[in-house]
Design a protein around this ligand. Structure first.
Ligand code: GTP
Ligand code: SPV
Ligand code: MN
Length: 650
C-alpha cells in the first residue's frame, strides 16, 4: 500500500487516507496543476497506448483518446441521488438508502486501484477566491480524468493553498474499477465493462460524490454534472441561489449596450453553439462566458448575477464546423483532448459535419479503418467505396455521435475575459443577467421564440420543457421527446417539485423582483414535413437575440397569445439574409414557426399536466409505491397550466 502524503488541511488528509486504505493504490500523486506535469501525464498515457499524440504542427499539445464501447456518454440509469429520505431525491431520480449504497460501493472500491496510481486533484469551480466559487478534491485512478479536469476546472497548488488548514471542499472519489494484477498489462480505456457495474452517486446531505466504473465525461469529471449541478443545486436551494445547466453569453448591440443572457438547453441541444455564436446581424458582438453551467446569485439590487464555474469546454464534436461554430473549432487548436473522433493519416482529427473533406482513409472511433464515401467527400464508411446511402442504412458514423473535445476556455477567441473571471465593473460579483432562455429540440408545435408574461409564467415554461433525447446519454430512447424541465432532468440534486418551488422563491425573496431577468422559450429545431430545418439556426439565432433585447428595452410590440408573447414576423431583423446561401431564413417558414398551433398546444399542455401528475405521485423513479405525502408541484404552476388550458380552449 502507498503511504498517505501529508496535507496541511486535515479534512483533505482524512479523505485521501480513507480511500488509500480502501482502494490500495500502488502510488499516490497530488496534482500540482503545472503545464509540465499535465504534458508529462499525457506523454505517459501515449506510452501506455491510452492517448495518441496529434500532429504537433497542426495541433500542438493535443491528444486523442478512444473510449471503451460501454463508456461513451452519461449513464442516467446508473446515476443515484442518495438522500436519507427517498422523497427528497424525488420522482425523477434513482434513489437508494445512503448507508446501503455506501456499503455496496465500498465493496466495489475495495482494492480497485491495485496496480494503479491514485491521483489527488484539488480543484475550484469558479475563479479561485471569488465569493461564488466552491472547491473540491477529486481522488481518481484515471490519468485521463486528471488531464481533463486540468482543462475543465482550475486545479492544483493554488487551490490547495486557498483551502489552507481548514478550508471546506466537496469530497469526490472516482475509480474506473479496473484493478491490475502484478505484471498485468493495462488496456487503452480501463473501466467496468458492464453498465450495471457503474455507479454515479451523489450524497446531497453528506455533500459527497462517489463514482465507480466509468471514465467518461459527466460520469467521471466530477466537478461538472455531479458537483456543479447535482450537489450545487442542493447547496443552492439551502442557501438561496441557483445552479443551472446554462450557458452564459455577453451580447453588445450596435449602440454598445451590453446584455448578459443565460440559456438552458438539454444536452446536445445547442448551448456550446449559442455561447460562441458569430452573429449574422451586422454591428452585434457576442462573447462567451460559459457553455454549460451557470451559478446565479441574487444581488442586493434584485438582479441575478452569474458565474461560469468551469474552466473549459467539453463540447460535442460532430456538427462543429467553420460554418456552424468557428469559435469552437478555433478553441480546439491547441492543448485540447479529443475523445472518440476520427484520426487522419497526418495525425489530425475529423468528424461528421466538420465542413472539411474526409481523408481518403482514417481510423474511426473504435480504432478500425474508415474510408471516404464514394459519392460524398464529407462522409466516411467502414469499407472503401461505399455510398452515402449504404453508410446511412448501416447507421455507421466514423466519429461517435457523442464524441467530444475538451478545450481550454482561454483558447476561445471571443471569450469575455472579465465575465469569465467572475468580474463585473471590476467587482467579483459575476455578471447581471438580463434574459434567461429555455429551449429544446422540438420538431413541431413549439414556436421559434416565446416570451413569458411573468416570472411565474417563465418558471412554468421551464418546467414544461421537452426535448428529443440525444446521444449525450446512453439510452434506447434517442430521438424521442421527453420532458426535461429546465434542461435539468438528469441533474436535479433533489426533488423536482421542490426545485420548481425554489425557482418561484427567487421572485418572492428578490430585493426587487422587477429587476429579475425576462424569460423566453426558444426552439431552433422546428422541422418541415420533408424533414428540413425550418430555421437556419447558429449565427441566424442572433436575429432572435436582437428581438429579445428590443423587448427588454420596450422597443418592439409582440403578439400576445394564449401561450405567451411571440414576435410579429416583420419584427425579426432579416438583414444579411443571403437567400442564395445553403442555410437562410425562408420567410414562409418564419411565419409558420411564429404561429400558435392550437391543436398541437392542447396536446402539449396535456403532456405537461401528465408530467406534473407523475411528479406528484412517486417518491422516486424506482419506487413502485405512490406517495401520498409527496412534495407537490407548486400550486402557482398548476394555475398557469389551468390558465393556458382555458385560453387555448377559447
Ligand atoms: P452538451 O455539451 O451535451 O450539454 O450540449 P450543448 O447543449 O452544448 O449542444 P451543442 O451546442 O454542442 O450542440 C449539439 C448539436 O446541436 C451539434 O451537433 C450542433 O451542430 C447542433 N446545433 C446547435 N445549435 C444548432 C442550431 O441553432 N440549429 C441546428 N439545426 N442545430 C444546432
Ligand atoms: C451533457 O451531457 O450535458 C454534457 C456532457 O455536457 S457530460 O459532461 O458528459 O455530461
Ligand atoms: Mn451539458
Amino acid at each position: 500500500m502507498a503511504k498517505t502524503p501529508k496535507f496541511a488541511n486535515a479534512k483533505v488528509f482524512a479523505w485521501v487516507d480513507k480511500w488509500n486504505k480502501i482502494c490500495t493504490p500502488d502510488k499516490i500523486v497530488v496534482v500540482t496543476g503545472t503545464k509540465k506535469e499535465h504534458l508529462a501525464i499525457c506523454e505517459m498515457m501515449v506510452k501506455k497506448g491510452q492517448f495518441i499524440k496529434l500532429n504537433s504542427k497542426k495541433r500542438p499539445d493535443c491528444y486523442l483518446a478512444r473510449s471503451h464501447e460501454s463508456d461513451v456518454a452519461r449513464v442516467e440509469g446508473r446515476t443515484f441521488i442518495c438522500s436519507k429520505k427517498e422523497i427528497d431525491a424525488g420522482p425523477t431520480n434513482h434513489w437508494m438508502d445512503p448507508v446501503e449504497m455506501k456499503k455496496k460501493m465500498e465493496k466495489a472500491y475495495k482494492g480497485s486501484m491495485k496496480g494503479r496510481t491514485m491521483y489527488v486533484i484539488p480543484f475550484a469551480m469558479g475563479p479561485i477566491g471569488n465569493p461564488i466559487t466552491q472547491y473540491g478534491i477529486e481522488i481518481t485512478d484515471s490519468p485521463y480524468v486528471v488531464v481533463n479536469m486540468n482543462i475543465m476546472t482550475r486545479t492544483g497548488d493554488a487551490v490547495m493553498k486557498h483551502l489552507g488548514k481548514d478550508g471546506d471542499f466537496i469530497p469526490c472519489i472516482h475509480s474506473v474499477g479496473a484493478p491490475l494484477k502484478k505484471g498485468q498489462k493495462d488496456v487503452a480505456w480501463p473501466c467496468a465493462k458492464k453498465i450495471e457495474d457503474k455507479y454515479i452517486t451523489q450524497f446531497p446531505e453528506d455533500r459527497e460524490i462517489w463514482s465507480f466504473g466509468s471514465g467518461y465525461g459527466g460520469n467521471a469529471l466530477l466537478g461538472k454534472k455531479c458537483f456543479a449541478l447535482r450537489i450545487a443545486s442542493k447547496l443552492a436551494k439551502d442557501e438561496g441561489w441557483m445552479a443551472e445547466h446554462m450557458l452564459i453569453l455577453t451580447l453588445t448591440s450596435p449602440e454598445k449596450k451590453q446584455y448578459h443572457v443565460t440559456a438552458a438547453f438539454p444536452s446536445a441541444c445547442g448551448k456550446t453553439n449559442l455561447a460562441m455564436m458569430l452573429p449574422k446581424l451586422p454591428g452585434w458582438k457576442l462573447q462567451t462566458i460559459g457553455d454549460d453551467i451557470a451559478w446565479l446569485k441574487p444581488g442586493d439590487d434584485g438582479r441575478l448575477y452569474a458565474i461560469n464555474p468551469e474552466n473549459g469546454f467539453f463540447g460535442v464534436a460532430p456538427g462543429t464546423s467553420m460554418d456552424s461554430n468557428p469559435n469552437a473549432l478555433k478553441s480546439c487548436k491547441k492543448g485540447t483532448i479529443f475523445t472518440n473522433v476520427v484520426l487522419t493519416p497526418d495525425g489530425d482529427i475529423w468528424w461528421e459535419d466538420m465542413g472539411v473533406k474526409a481523408p481518403k482513409e482514417g481510423t474511426d472511433w473504435k480504432g478500425n479503418p474508415c474510408y471516404v464515401c464514394a459519392d460524398d467527400p464529407y462522409r466516411m464508411g467502414p469499407k472503401p467505396g461505399m455510398t452515402k446511402a449504404e453508410i446511412k442504412a448501416m447507421g455507421y458514423v466514423a466519429a461517435h455521435k457523442n464524441s467530444r473535445f475538451t478545450a481550454p476556455a482561454e483558447n476561445c477567441p471571443v471569450l469575455d475575459k472579465a465575465g469569465f473571471n467572475g468580474l463585473y465593473n471590476k467587482k467579483p460579483t459575476g455578471v447581471p443577467i438580463d434574459a434567461i432562455l429555455f429551449g429544446g429540440r422540438r420538431p413541431s408545435t413549439i414556436p421559434l421564440v416565446n416570451e413569458a408574461k411573468s416570472w411565474t409564467h417563465g418558471v412554468f415554461m421551464g418546467s414544461a420543457a421537452g426535448s428529443e433525447v440525444t446521444a449525450a446519454v446512453i439510452s434506447d430512447q434517442i430521438g424521442q421527446v421527453r420532458r426535461d424541465p429546465m434542461a435539468m432532468l438528469p441533474f436535479f440534486g433533489y426533488n423536482v417539485a421542490d426545485y420548481f418551488q425554489h425557482w418561484l422563491e427567487m421572485e418572492r425573496t428578490s430585493a426587487d423582483a422587477t429587476k429579475l431577468p425576462k424569460i423566453y422559450f426558444v426552439n431552433w429545431f422546428r422541422k418541415g414535413d420533408d424533414g428540413r430545418f425550418m430555421w437556419p439556426g447558429f449565427g441566424d439565432n442572433s436575429r432572435v437575440l436582437k428581438w429579445i433585447c428590443q423587448r427588454i428595452e420596450g422597443q418592439v410590440k409582440a403578439n400576445e397569445t394564449p401561450i405567451g408573447n411571440i414576435p410579429f414576423p416583420e419584427d425579426i431583423d432579416l438583414t444579411n439574409n443571403d437567400e442564395k446561401a445553403k442555410f437562410h431564413v425562408v420567410k414562409a417558414d418564419l411565419e409558420e414557426i411564429l404561429k400558435v398551433d392550437v391543436e398541437g398546444w392542447k396536446k402539449e399542455i396535456a403532456t405537461v399536466g401528465a408530467s406534473y401528475d407523475e411528479y406528484d405521485k412517486k417518491p422516486s423513479k424506482d419506487s413502485k409505491e405512490e406517495n401520498l405525502a409527496a412534495h407537490r408541484v407548486p400550486k402557482a404552476l398548476r394555475q398557469v397550466l389551468a390558465d393556458v388550458t382555458a385560453a387555448l380552449a377559447k
